[in-house]
Design a protein around this ligand. Structure first.
Ligand code: A2P
Length: 295
């Protein structure tokens, strides 16, 4: 399996990252240190996870040189206005204890300051936000920029502008229950790297994923755990994979992946893409917005 993918900038992004969404305070730092000791060189963060400071401390404590670790963070919805982007990024940089990010993403296609209605223009056309991200690359605060939770319509809408830098990645939910084969095909055709969040199935579905008969059978046949089979499948599909765990044994387990033989890969691909679809995470209602964020 590829240990890295090469982005348009030439930078090499490690294919397996530690995800830290929903990793609790006083747990996440230890998980990051365990991960770095186990050989992870990619941490997937976001301002809104509210654990950047603890992760930053763990990065320092680990003794692993900054330049050896790939750090991603994400611009929160409240800071899409061009005048807010740099200070939001600076806050993430300070908390993470670094002067640059390897990758900075627009977290959601929604521009909304706290306590206000959303900004319709900037939500529909995030080009002004994007231009500010391009400026952050020019300033050296960020090496690569991308988006998250964008559908094809929004990607095409953004890239119709005269971009200096095109999005390097789109981070989206991809797992056994929501396998997104069409988006994967589209991304390959457009040279866009996808990053799979909730790769083991997301909160509440992980147990179901690890109990899928096909996954259990493949695991048994190859002497792998079900989680390793699923993580391997993601990389084999050509995406970055971001499994979250704060359990040391699982953190270590999740990095030990290898290619599934073609026939077994196809068996899992078929099982994942032929069951009835299961709804993805969709915060639109919870955020009280009058449109579906994925439309
Ligand atoms: P924990 O963090 O308590 O170890 P996803 O990345 O798809 O959102 O899945 C994250 C969830 O899966 C977390 O609840 C995590 O639990 C659990 N998890 C992570 N790795 C494994 C594993 N190898 N085996 C079983 N559960 C796992």
């Amino acid at each position: 399996l590829p240990s890295h993918y090469t982005l348009p900038s030439g930078d090499k992004i490690p294919s397996v990252a530690l995800g830290v969404w929903q990793a609790k305070p006083n747990e996440v730092g230890a998980a990051v240190e365990t991960a770095l000791r186990a050989g992870y060189r990619h941490i997937d963060e976001a301002w809104i996870y509210r654990n950047e400071a603890e992760v930053g401390k763990a990065l320092k404590n680990s003794g692993v040189p900054r330049e050896d670790v790939w750090i991603t963070s994400k611009l929160w919805n409240a800071f899409h206005a061009p005048e807010d982007v740099e200070s939001a990024l600076d806050d993430s940089l300070t908390k993470l204890g670094t002067d640059y990010l390897d990758l900075y993403l627009i977290h959601w296609p929604l521009a909304r300051k706290d306590g206000q209605p959303y900004d319709k223009d900037l939500t529909e056309n995030p080009y002004p936000t994007w231009q500010k991200l391009e400026e952050m690359v020019e300033k050296g605060k960020v090496r690569n920029i991308g988006v998250s939770n964008f559908n094809v319509r929004r990607l095409e809408n953004l890239t119709a502008n005269p971009l200096k830098i095109t999005p390097a990645v789109n981070q989206v939910e991809i797992n056994y229950w929501f396998p997104q084969p069409d988006l994967i095909k589209w991304a390959k055709e457009h040279d866009l790297l996808l990053e799979a969040y909730s790769p083991l199935g997301g909160t509440g579905k992980v147990g179901d994923t690890l109990n899928v008969p096909e996954i259990k059978e493949i695991a048994e046949e190859l002497g792998m755990t079900p989680a390793q089979v699923v993580i391997s499948w993601h990389v084999q599909r050509g995406t970055v994979v971001l499994p979250k765990s704060v359990t040391p044994a699982r953190v270590i387990e999740n990095l030990q992946v290898r290619a599934l033989p073609d026939a077994l890969f196809e068996k899992l691909e078929k099982a994942a893409t032929s069951h009835k679809p299961y709804p993805r995470l969709n915060p639109s209602k919870g955020w009280g917005i009058d449109f579906d964020i994925f439309d």
